[in-house]
Design a protein around this ligand. Structure first.
Ligand code: HEC
Ligand code: HEC
Length: 296
């Protein structure tokens, strides 16, 4: 915070508190002699007249108590510009303390689990319960509570993998994150080229397709798509290029969905978890993900 804002905020806060105190004093000191003799304020609205009775004392004291509380709070805790408060409390410190307490309670458990190989760990019911909770907190928002995924978010419970389902690959996916790189083809192939390639993809996926367009699309595929998706269209886990010949679709297998995928490209993004969760929790989560498609 720059010095200007520091002073600005302090001035605002102090002015507010002093202003409230002044208002309280001022309303107390109002002279009854200035008011109409019948004990009202003199206002009349729709035949309703307002009496000029003093506020009940307990009500006024409440105001004073809030003021004192406010001042005491600002002395003890951060609130006045850059002033940290005499207690030295900070939210970062509180998070650090919570984190340390968490590490003390669970650190040893995670460290033990980290020594167990993933296929082994996947058989440990207690570990999988903790893994399931980690998944619910960190992954379910995108992959679903049941890990079945949604459009653009892969299903983690089947044996179809973008990046490979071996334990090491899953650990790698979680640690560094992944970004799918499916280029947009509209500019390069034109609408006609996209249409041909779409029909070719539908044909290798076992869908109803126009035979003529599909045959023309085969050539388009061999020149432009095979490098990533493989000559046979079965995909390449090193690039996260999906298998196009199965019934599993990340973005949908209708003609419209495939056309959109080809025309505009797709860049699904899986955020890296290394700095968020750390190696040990990633190890446990990878075992949990692995168990979803292997422990059946
Ligand atoms: C912000 C949304 C988001 C969150 C949070 C997220 N993921 Fe993902 N995840 C994705 C997307 C999108 C992909 C597909 C990336 C792509 O298209 O290349 C993916 C891919 C994956 C894959 C690779 C699947 C495959 O077929 O190879 C795994 C494994 C995975 N996520 C596990 C997890 C786990 C475990 C967590 C929790 C720590 C998690 N994800 C959190 C969005 C997310
Ligand atoms: C540079 C590598 C690369 C090239 C070249 C490429 N793709 Fe892809 N393709 C990918 C990747 C990676 C994905 C997954 C995108 C994601 O995860 O968000 C993908 C996704 C797709 C999908 C979506 C599959 C689904 O399950 O929804 C289709 C369809 C597809 N590509 C077809 C093609 C066609 C046809 C061509 C050639 C015109 C092509 N791709 C060229 C890498 C490539």
């Amino acid at each position: 915070m720059s010095n200007f804002w520091n002073v600005y905020i302090i001035a605002l806060v102090v002015l507010n508190i002093v202003g409230c105190a002044w208002l309280l004093m001022w309303t107390r000191k109002m002279n009854p002699a200035d008011m109409p003799a019948d004990g009202t304020t003199g206002h009349e609205y729709d035949g309703i007249r307002e009496y000029n009775n003093p506020l009940p004392a307990w009500w006024l004291y409440l105001f004073w108590i809030t003021l004192v509380f406010g001042v005491a709070y600002l002395v003890l805790y951060p609130g006045l510009g850059k002033f940290q408060g005499v207690l030295g409390w900070s939210s970062q410190q509180e998070v650090a303390q919570d984190e340390a307490a968490y590490q003390k309670q669970y650190g040893a458990i995670y460290a033990d689990y980290a020594k167990v190989a993933i296929p082994e760990l996947a058989k440990d019911a207690r570990a999988m319960k903790i893994g399931g909770r980690l998944f619910a907190n960190n992954c379910a928002a995108c992959h679903g509570t049941d890990a079945h995924g949604a459009r653009g978010f892969p299903n983690l419970t089947d044996s179809d993998w973008l990046y490979g389902g071996e334990p090491e690959r899953i650990v790698e996916t979680l640690t560094q994150g992944r970004t799918g790189m499916m280029p947009a083809w509209k500019e390069i192939l034109g609408d006609e080229g996209v249409k041909k390639a779409t029909h070719y993809v539908m044909s290798i996926a076992g869908r109803q397709a126009d035979a003529g367009l599909a045959a023309a699309g085969q050539e388009v595929f061999a020149t432009n798509c095979a490098a990533c998706h493989g000559a046979d269209g079965k995909g390449n886990p090193l690039m996260g290029a999906p298998n196009l010949t199965d019934k599993v679709w990340l973005y949908g297998g209708t003609e419209a969905a495939i056309t959109q995928t080809l025309a505009e490209g797709r860049q699904g993004h899986m955020p890296a978890q290394k700095d968020l969760l750390g190696e040990e929790r990633i190890h446990l989560l990878a075992a949990y993900v692995w168990s979803l498609s292997n422990n059946r």
